[in-house]
Design a protein around this ligand. Structure first.
Ligand code: ADP
Ligand code: MG
Length: 400
């Protein structure tokens, strides 16, 4: 085919169709684009099958014809789960199938508007010699399903298991084949589940979907900050609330630190939900710039609720939590803290501060410790501008 001036090429219509789940739609920027392929990655047991079965059940309830291909569980098992999720509707077709040729046959026969293949690792092309789950198989199956999606306007959702370190060759090699990559994660010991787009050809990757895993399936969490703060005990040393921004969505997260004199040669550090490297950096800054002796202490630090906080805006909160635990003096209950800490102990501003602090004000926080450069903001709480971590420690009376 010859190359054609771009002005003569018809633009691609990509109008997203609602999935019926407001949280999923939020992450996708409105819904699934017909003919698109979406990879849904996550650790085993996080709830991928549950989420997608719920979505298909919802679509079927509204009259759509949708297909769920199950290669991991039997159709009877999926039916049983569907009963628990209230997803049993005749428009939802189930196929217990792993053979790609048969799966493509089902698509041709039933012409679904949306199809789930659960999972891409169990699907195999009989024309290839390699084993199901191998990189070659996974890639070939994804390619074939992608071309079917484009030709039939079916929205295809592929389930892909990934391990904690993002491992397992399969899903990673698919990321450039598909239009959208969603990652579904959460802590096994908590009910909270977060859905994010890490790649999206049709929109932003800035949105966050929040769910809670219940007996009846994944329930939308419309007020995540409320969930994170529900069990907070104000007045305990080592606890600081930080307004983080996940995409466009502000979340109030409680950070906790506990430092103890372990009397071991190499002090132990255990960190969950926050970046261990940042914790180490903040301890060094406290030791050198704030003259707070903490490096020899055993340190535990976490973000409450199974949430993962990776942004530098949480630095000030982590630093204050460690300082508060080290001196046994609690951070006042009406204070939130937000700012990136440099190696000199200086505070740097972070993006989206107005949105973060509006969320804090909504939850009744009265004061916000923020970097000195923070401009005037239209928020209903007092801005306390501080130049350094040391100044924040002193201002809160946490110094030794
Ligand atoms: N009867 C039940 N009641 C409540 N939660 C359940 C029930 N059965 C399974 N679950 C939840 O569903 C999770 C399994 O979800 P699933 O969708 O199969 O995950 P994935 O497909 O990502 O491996 C379990 O870890 C558990 O949290
Ligand atoms: Mg599953």
């Amino acid at each position: 085919m010859p190359a054609v001036p771009i002005t003569e090429i018809a633009s691609l219509e990509c109008v997203p169709q609602s999935t019926g789940s407001a949280e999923v739609d939020r992450v996708l920027g409105g819904g699934l684009v017909p003919g698109s392929v979406t990879l849904v990655g996550g650790e085993p047991g996080v709830g991928k099958s549950t989420l997608l079965l719920q979505v298909l059940g919802g679509l079927a309830a509204r009259g759509a014809r949708v297909l769920y291909v199950t290669g991991e569980e039997s159709a009877a098992q999926v039916r049983r789960r569907a009963e628990r999720l209230d997803a049993v509707h005749p428009g939802l077709l189930l196929a217990g199938e792993t053979n790609l040729a048969h799966i493509l046959g089902h698509v041709a026969e039933s012409a679904p508007s949306v199809m789930v293949v659960d999972s891409i690792q169990t699907t195999f092309d009989p024309d290839l010699a390699s084993a199901p789950g191998s990189v070659g198989q996974v890639r070939q199956c994804a390619h074939r399903l992608t071309s079917v999606a484009k030709h039939t306007d079916t929205s295809v959702l592929l389930v892909g298991h990934v391990t904690k370190d993002g491992g397992l060759a399969g899903p990673r090699t698919l990321e450039h084949v598909v239009d959208t990559v969603l990652s579904f994660d959460g802590d096994r010991d908590h009910s909270l589940r977060l859905l994010r787009a890490t790649k999206h050809r049709f929109g932003s990757t800035q949105e966050l979907g929040v769910f809670s895993m219940e007996h009846t399936g994944l329930a939308p969490v419309t007020d995540p900050s409320g969930v994170f703060l529900a069990d907070r005990r104000p007045g305990v040393a080592g606890s600081v609330v930080v307004p983080v921004l996940d995409g466009h969505r502000p979340l109030l997260v409680e950070l906790q630190a506990l430092v103890v004199d372990g009397r071991t040669a190499v002090p132990r550090r255990s960190v969950s939900g926050v970046d261990p490297g940042r914790v180490g950096l903040l301890m060094a800054v406290l030791e050198r710039r704030v003259q707070l002796s903490v490096l020899h202490l055993e340190t535990y630090a976490l973000a409450v609720g199974g949430v993962r906080v990776t942004e530098p805006g949480a630095d000030l909160g982590i630093g204050l939590a460690i300082a508060s635990s080290a001196t046994g003096r609690p951070v006042p209950a009406d204070v939130v803290a937000c700012g990136e800490v440099g190696l000199g102990g200086e505070l740097r501003s972070v993006g989206g501060l107005e949105r973060r602090l509006a969320e804090a004000a909504r939850f009744g926080f009265r004061r916000a410790l923020v970097p000195r450069s923070t401009p005037e903001l239209a928020v209903d709480l007092e801005l306390v501008r501080v130049p350094t971590l040391g100044a924040a420690v002193a201002l809160l009376g946490l110094a030794e």
